[in-house]
Design a protein around this ligand. Structure first.
Ligand SMILES: Cc1cc2nc3c(=O)[nH]c(=O)nc-3n(C[C@H](O)[C@H](O)[C@H](O)COP(=O)(O)O)c2cc1C
Length: 246
């Protein structure tokens, strides 16, 4: 396929296929051990590399972790995560989340958290249960493939915008191959340990981790359904000229 290739489907099927891949992308938090073919990983990344980036900077660098390398790294991070003293002194790779959570973001954050914990039978106040579930991030929710995405520290905020497009393309291209993903900011606090384990140069900053694999459809956490606001709540259509505000 190249950038001028004719659509492989009639217009209605094409729209349905593209929308299907976007809408069925969801964060999966339990994967089957079924391996992912190396050629599928490569073709997902090749497809995603066609994402737009300002001035075609293509700021993405990807580390694919599988097999013993993934098992070693996961064990190392789990040990760090279970050490409260160590975990307390860690700094994030960058500030992904707001320092102060305000409405409506706080409400959305709470809802997705409690919906997930509710499905898993983790009660409010069950700190050990929450820690255990959060800790599943570091084993990539049992996915056979872990991805780490890094960016050159020389680049600016705009490159993170480009990166978001790349990450979405990876996740959508995964759906086209019947694979699922979970993007993971949970790794950001372990960026130094990850860089040490994978020999990532100091000049690179961790942007996100991601699990990749086949979803375990029998897992209760994979029944989580997150809500979206209607288009009317976040879109303003301007068709008539307005007086310029003083
Ligand atoms: C950059 C990014 C980082 C995220 N980090 C985590 C994470 O560390 N662990 C996790 O379980 N989910 C993580 N998520 C998933 C979000 O919770 C999820 O996208 C959101 O609740 C919407 O649900 P959906 O992805 O199923 O549509 C992350 C999502 C994004 C985009």
């Amino acid at each position: 396929m190249n950038r001028m290739t004719e659509p492989p489907l009639d217009p209605k099927s094409l729209r349905e296929a593209v929308d299907w891949a976007i809408v069925t992308r969801r964060s999966v938090r339990a994967f089957l051990p079924t391996p992912v073919l190396a050629r599928d990983i490569e073709s997902i990344l090749e497809t995603a590399s066609h994402s737009a980036s300002g001035m075609n900077t293509q700021p993405w660098q990807v580390h694919v972790v599988t097999g013993a390398a993934k098992a070693d790294l996961s064990a190392h991070l789990a040990a760090l995560d279970d050490d409260p003293e160590l975990a307390a002194g860690l700094t994030e790779a960058y500030e992904y989340y707001p320092r102060q959570w305000v409405a409506p973001y706080l409400d959305r954050r709470r809802k997705v958290g409690w919906d997930l914990y509710g499905l898993l039978g983790i009660a409010k106040g069950d700190k050990a249960g929450m820690h255990r579930q959060h800790g599943r991030n570091y084993g990539f929710f049992d996915a056979p493939v872990g991805l780490f995405f890094t960016v050159d520290r020389q680049l600016q905020e705009g490159s993170l915008l480009d990166y978001g497009m790349f990450l979405q393309s990876v996740m959508v291209a995964a759906r086209a191959r019947n694979l699922h993903t979970c993007p993971q900011a949970a790794f950001l606090k372990f960026h130094k340990a990850i860089a040490r384990c994978l020999h990532i140069p100091d000049g690179q900053m961790l942007v996100s981790g991601m699990s990749l694999g086949y979803a375990d459809d029998t897992a209760i956490e994979n029944t989580l359904s997150t809500e979206r606001e209607p288009v009317s709540s976040f879109t303003t259509f301007h068709s008539e000229p307005k007086e310029i505000r003083a």
